[in-house]
Design a protein around this ligand. Sequence first.
Ligand SMILES: Nc1ncnc2c1ncn2[C@@H]1O[C@H](COP(=O)(O)OP(=O)(O)OP(=O)(O)O)[C@@H](O)[C@H]1O
Length: 687
Amino acid sequence: MKITELKGIGEKYAQLLGRLSVYTVEDLVGLYPRDYELYQEPAFISTLSPDYENNNVVIDGVVSKKIDVYHTGKLAVISTFINDENGDRIKCTWFNMPFLKSSLKLGMRYIFRGRFVIKNGIKILEQPQMYTRSQYSEIEGTMQPIYPLTKGLSNKTVANAVHQALEKFDAGLEKEYIPGYVRQKNELAEHNYAVVNIHFPKSMEDYIQARKRLAFEEFFLFVLAVRSLRNSNERIPNGYIIQNDSRTDDFIEKLPFSLTNGQKSAWTEVKKNMSGKGLMSRLIQGDVGSGKTIIAVLALMNTAYAGYQAAMMVPTEVLAKQQYDSITKMFNNMGVELNVSLLVGSMTAAAKRKVYEDIENGRTDIVIGTHAVIQEKVIFKNLALVITDEQHRFGVNQRRDLSDKGNNPHILVMSATPIPRTLAIIVYGDLDISVIDELPAERLPIKNCVVDESYRPNAYKFIENQVHAGRQAYVICPMVEDSENIEAENVIDYAKKLSGELPDDIKVEYLHGKMKASQKNEIMEKFSKNEINVLVSTTVIEVGVNVPNATVMMVENAERFGLAQLHQLRGRVGRGGFQSYCIFVSGNKSKKTKDRLEILNKTNDGFKIAEEDLKLRGPGDFFGVRQSGDFDFGIADIYTDAKVLKSASEAAGEVLDKDPELELEENRYLAEKVSEYTVKCLEKLNI
Ligand SMILES: Nc1ncnc2c1ncn2[C@@H]1O[C@H](COP(=O)(O)OP(=O)(O)OP(=O)(O)O)[C@@H](O)[C@H]1O
């Protein structure tokens, strides 16, 4: 049902909701709150002691002073004083809400709820919301949903729309499909209860139950879907028997480094797989900087030497260009006579045509590119291997499209997502797994520090010294929620400011998601040639960028990132022989934030980091930063919900043991859900 059927949602709001991928009433119900406002803080504080500073407090007060309106810069500030029950005077301030003037009347009594601060000895409530007693008693003790929003769309609009969708249209509500014995064993709530309570929980307990059920069902369907894919893969025989070529062995000999043991065993598994009976569907998992690329290169070479074509797809043009440059350089230096082509969206039509021709007539042995590689116009002569790097950024359908271009080519997938093997087996159930579990020996451990903003001048000085010693630096700008435009402006401003702080001979440039691919390529190319010394960027550089000369990674507002993500960012330095440094700047001085960031000092193991982070964030921190942005389940998180994933996986096994093809009448509805999920959600999950 179209979203405009809801009262209050016209074309304008429908368009805004479209930006959040919400088009139907059902989509809307699937838009889970990203957080909740808890109306459960110390209710009604009668004496405001400094202990409550920086917390939300609720005060019953009477407006005791005329309303004052003044302007600072562009901001209109309204302020007044209230007297609480003890007669204590508390100042209230609001920014940019001039309309309040008419509702705030001297002598009126309200419930004020806002953040409590003390400035110059004056007790202040910032931006308090106001309620009458009866209004407040309705929300007291509840959790109000906070939805992901976009500019022009208010939380209230979304909350009202969701309420209607659930109440009037039963959207998202359906017949129970998880077998009773599974629900009982795992103590799961009913589906419909969960859908209603994830939006409007009456208590924390309701929320926990709702979330558990929804996370469980996501994993449960996921595991069932993945198992069915795996079964179909296992039946595919190897159509391209690719034997190891002695020229590839020579190449390994000539590399400037020797392979680590982890790399050697991964390579052995890949070789065996490609020359064996069944089609290869393999995942190579290795922490950031563990050297996965070289294994990909060896597989590409062996395939080309066997007389077939091979393709490698990466998520962005910047990475495609980087991989292409480094592979062609390596081949030139080491006398490898294979033809490598680059294919990315921003190439001219004529250049693309030439590459299409070369691929079709077989002149091209290896193609490196973005999803341009799977466009209809590309016809391969004999594609036998497809490598997808950071594969989770590609949808299953894209993978399938590319496979369709060959006659079931081998598939090799690279991932740096730090998940332990036991979890990986579940999550990548349709793939065999090779793990590169060590970093090249010569690497010096990265030195980290966690600092507050006052350290910034020292950090800039440090960057200056590193650049003067010939090295380079990344600075990751503060994140801005919900707006790529503001984020872009932010990066530009920061780069300007930084450039002013550093000596003139240091070239600072910026990179953000809104830039054209060709611009990004140009900047990255200059950075990799050291024509740019300092790169100010949003997290667009998070995945896979390899500039071994870069030795400093400075992250602003580090407290806002998941630790796993910070670990990825850190992985951009320390990729060569130089000592590298990470500076995490935290805008939040609390001990807890510092402790959390300190975890990064303790270990370099991506999974341990995620695990420790979880331990530290107690139950009060339910809605912290999501760790695994890469695996975008609707609500479940492979780290936070690792236990749920395990039990969902076991439950799926149990169901399949009883009914391998889900043919029994009792599983009819479940089977429908699984096939629906396989088509729709795997694509969305991007894995
Ligand atoms: N055995 C090795 N000894 C020394 N250096 C190596 C070895 N293997 C790879 N390298 C170098 O290490 C750097 C990182 O390798 P690579 O780019 O393959 O990492 P990765 O595993 O893809 O990491 P990420 O997931 O962060 O992209 C490269 O500069 C590469 O040349």
